[in-house]
Design a protein around this ligand. Structure first.
Ligand code: NAP
Length: 455
């Protein structure tokens, strides 16, 4: 069964769902197209905003129910699942409140007559979404685009089908008309078919580089706009004047949240020589406190990875790193617990000859680098095919900003790991993708900036 929910904590299969057949897929695309043309794009902003606000309110009323599903399907610690539900509600509320303003017609100064730019919706959009934040990632795509008057179809990751259905039901309960938000349980071939369909006008993907290259390639072939939110290998730079207690605390949080399965998790710890030993000792000590347990238990610190396949992939990657010359400073294997658990792991000695040097480690595996000074830290941070987020730790905020300006990435956080908030733009450069989600920028990606000129 292609869409299957398996609890990574105990391996139990919770639910399975059939893929959509060709006729059903056609019917869903047709319904979305009709909904766009006849219903949704004609609604005033206030009515669209009501649907989003109601969805946010339902999420807040039933946080535990939504959160539990995330934990059961992909293993996230229950407190973090609740936080994801709240963040999802915040994204919905944010666009409900600000969407109209962000898309207000803009008058342009012109030599004669009148000129204005109107932002109009473009039609049915297609999103391909990942399992690591099963509601929040969907909201980042769906909320701004629904507010703009587009309708959305979503192919969610095949290991979180119950979350996918929960999100679709949420939008229906909130009053979205049939066709405004559509979940699709479809195969990879059908993904291509949806992208090819002339009724579909834009494509957004959040996921790996491999999937991004395939989906973006197909969208490009069809001359359709796309946005790509892909992987990262974010640098976490600790300078000589950093507050080390903070640096260690946030290094742990940055690497361990969501069991390390976040695109903007801190992945490469680049520490200047003067503080490297002190940082490393405190960092490994703190990581040693993460013990595996049931992610539904509030006391658990180390949750499983999303699946046994994800664990096996990570174990293989660590092995390749070690075979290529890396040193294992801690961990390196499965945690001593049934289920898809990985030990918190720290590797050092990874240089450019290592086969994993340019790879993203998607789990609780930290790569540790000792560098001479600030300039070397910046150079190493930039020596990556990715450019998503990053952090700089220093007591001197102006110095932190100067360093941030030199890092080739989409987001830099001073004295914190990467975090996201509805009002802050999110996205990357290089192989981390293109386009932005969230903030005012996120609602502009799939609208027609139409010039209207009065002579
Ligand atoms: P993934 O394997 O690329 O899956 C993401 C989505 O793409 C899933 O819905 C998946 O469907 C689909 N997909 C995979 N291969 C496809 C293909 N050939 N054609 C069409 N669709 C395809 O990524 P993941 O392992 O689930 O997610 C982790 C990755 O996402 C990491 O690299 C992470 O950094 C990145 N990520 C980026 C962001 C960001 O905002 N930049 C946020 C979160 C995650 P199936 O499940 O059916 O394979």
């Amino acid at each position: 069964m292609a869409y299957q929910s398996t609890n990574p904590y105990d391996g139990k299969i919770l639910a399975s769902f059939d893929e959509c057949d060709g006729a059903t897929l056609e019917q869903k695309i047709a319904a979305a197209d009709v909904c766009f043309k006849q219903v949704w794009s004609r609604k005033p902003f206030a009515e669209r905003a009501d649907v989003l606000s109601r969805a946010a309110a339902i999420l807040r009323e039933r946080t535990d129910e939504f959160a539990r599903l995330v934990t059961l399907e992909m293993g996230k610690l229950i407190a973090q699942s609740r936080a994801e539900v709240e963040l999802t509600a915040a994204v919905l509320d944010y666009y409900a409140e600000h969407g109209e303003n962000f898309l207000a017609p803009e008058k342009l100064p012109t030599r004669s007559g009148e000129a204005l730019v109107e932002s109009s919706p473009i039609g049915v959009l297609f999103g391909v979404e990942p399992w690591n934040f099963p509601y929040y990632q969907v909201a980042r795509f769906a909320a701004p685009n629904l507010m703009a008057g587009n309708v959305v179809m979503v192919k969610h990751a095949s290991n979180v089908p119950q979350c996918a259905l929960a999100y679709e039901r949420l939008m229906q309960e909130a009053g979205a008309p049939s066709g405004a938000y559509t979940n699709l349980f479809i195969s990879k071939d059908q993904v291509a078919q949806v992208i090819d369909d002339p009724r579909v006008r834009g494509v957004a993907l959040t996921g790996s580089e491999a999937a991004g290259a395939i989906v973006a390639g197909r969208a490009g072939h069809n001359l359709k706009k796309s946005t790509m939110e892909l992987g990262g290998s974010d640098a976490f730079i600790v300078l000589d004047d950093a507050n080390l207690d903070d640096a260690v605390k946030y290094a742990v949080a940055g690497r361990m949240r969501n069991s390390g399965q976040a695109c903007t998790a801190s992945k490469r710890f680049i520490v200047v020589e003067a503080v490297a030993d002190a940082f490393l000792t405190a960092f490994t000590t703190a990581l040693g406190e993460f013990k595996a347990g049931d992610p539904l238990d509030e006391a658990t610190k180390l949750a499983p990875l999303s699946s046994t396949a994800a664990l096996e992939k990570l174990l293989d990657q660590v092995q390749r790193a070690v075979d290529g010359g890396a040193l294992t400073l801690m961990g390196g294997g499965r945690a001593d617990h049934p289920g898809a658990f990985m030990q918190p792991t720290v590797l050092s000695g990874i240089d450019r000859r290592n086969p994993t040097y340019n790879e993203e480690f998607f789990g609780p595996v930290a790569l540790f680098f000792r560098v001479r000074d600030e300039a070397a830290a910046i150079a190493l941070a930039n020596d990556s095919p990715f450019g998503l987020g990053g952090s700089v730790f220093t007591r001197d905020i102006e110095r932190g900003k100067r360093v941030a300006s030199q890092i080739e990435t989409g987001m830099v956080f001073i004295n914190r790991p990467a975090m996201s908030s509805p009002e802050l733009p999110f996205g990357g450069i290089k192989r981390s993708g293109y386009g932005r989600e969230l903030s005012a920028a996120g609602i502009q990606e799939f609208v027609n900036k139409k010039l209207i000129r009065v002579a």
